[in-house]
Design a protein around this ligand. Structure first.
Ligand code: APR
Length: 280
């Protein structure tokens, strides 16, 4: 599908209806944040090369909390150093244009959507946020900002006992942990807004999927629900994957084999035109 056709599908549906955008690591790849499953997602420590799927687990945290914290603190520094790209800005424009008729479900923990201006009440960070931590013993679902002393964390530094004490749960004094969803954990509403994300899928009139390989459960459920509801899906991704299949099966939907920053501004301009025309 070309951008012009995709823009007219989105504009037509968003004129009076609801838009749901679902993003993954691809939208932030253009801002210098490595994708999870791309080769730069790997992490080398001494002679050991970790696959992210080994470290991003509760099990790894229990076995080696300092190593896992070091990896997250470094990744947090990479995210902080990055700036929102054209794709994020276009998504924020869509949020502004559509107000309560817009929802964003993001798998990204980098915070770039919030920094580009998507309001928190319109956004579901279903895999958490790397800038926050919470009680590892779950004494509360509250999250806390990672303290400033951890800004600019070097790649190979492992937090010491004093660092870990600064990341303890302020409520109970137990160990703190990154506020993310690990591979051996389940989605829920209080921490990850999973039900809210499915509700958004149940009421959207068009779904735009950007930069995700479709390897996680809740995003695929969102796509399957959109297909079952006969809602058009547009899949923005330079590579094909499961969302491409769903998009082709959805009536009026299709795939855009392009980078997020190349096509999302065109989609937001089309929405601006449609919303403006409605107001006149
Ligand atoms: N624009 C759009 N898509 C892109 C771009 C780009 N510029 N660059 C890469 N992509 C696509 C890749 O083709 C791939 O399909 O982004 C996708 C990134 O896939 P993953 O690295 O698997 O990231 P994601 O789908 O977000 O992973 C889902 O799994 O690892 C866990 O919790 C982690 O949130 C993550 C989740």
């Amino acid at each position: 599908m070309d951008v012009t056709r995709a823009a007219s599908v989105v504009a037509e549906r968003a004129r009076n209806g609801r838009l749901l955008v679902l993003t993954g690591a691809g939208i932030s790849a253009e801002c210098g944040i490595p994708t999870f499953r791309g080769k730069e997602g790997y992490w080398t420590r001494g002679s050991k090369v970790y696959h992210p799927m080994e470290l991003a687990t509760h099990r790894a945290f229990v076995e080696q909390p300092a190593t896992v914290w070091g990896w997250y603190l470094y990744r947090r520094s990479v995210c902080r150093a990055a700036s929102p790209g054209a794709g994020h800005r276009a998504v924020a424009d869509m949020a502004r244009l559509l107000g309560e008729r817009f929802d964003l479900v993001t798998q990204n923990v980098d915070g770039l959507h919030a920094r580009s201006g998507v309001p928190p009440e319109r956004m579901y960070e279903i895999h958490g946020n790397i800038d926050a931590y919470r009680c590892a013993r779950a004494c509360t679902t509250r999250t806390y900002p990672v303290p400033e002393r951890f800004d600019d964390w070097p790649k190979d530094r492992i937090p010491d006992a004093e660092d870990l004490a600064a990341l303890a749960c302020p409520a109970c004094g137990g160990p703190g942990r990154p506020h993310v969803l690990w591979f051996d954990e389940c989605y829920d509403e209080p921490r990850f807004r999973a039900e809210s994300a499915m509700d958004a899928a149940a009421r959207c009139d068009v779904l735009v999927v950007v930069g995700t390989s479709g390897a996680t459960n809740l995003p695929m459920q969102i796509g399957a629900l959109a297909v079952a509801r006969k809602v058009p899906i547009l899949d923005v991704n330079p590579e094909d994957g499961p969302f491409g299949d769903l998009a082709r099966r959805s009536p009026g939907g299709g795939v855009l084999r392009a980078k997020a920053g190349e096509v999302l501004p065109g989609l937001s301009s089309a929405i601006a035109g449609a919303v403006g025309a409605r107001r006149e």
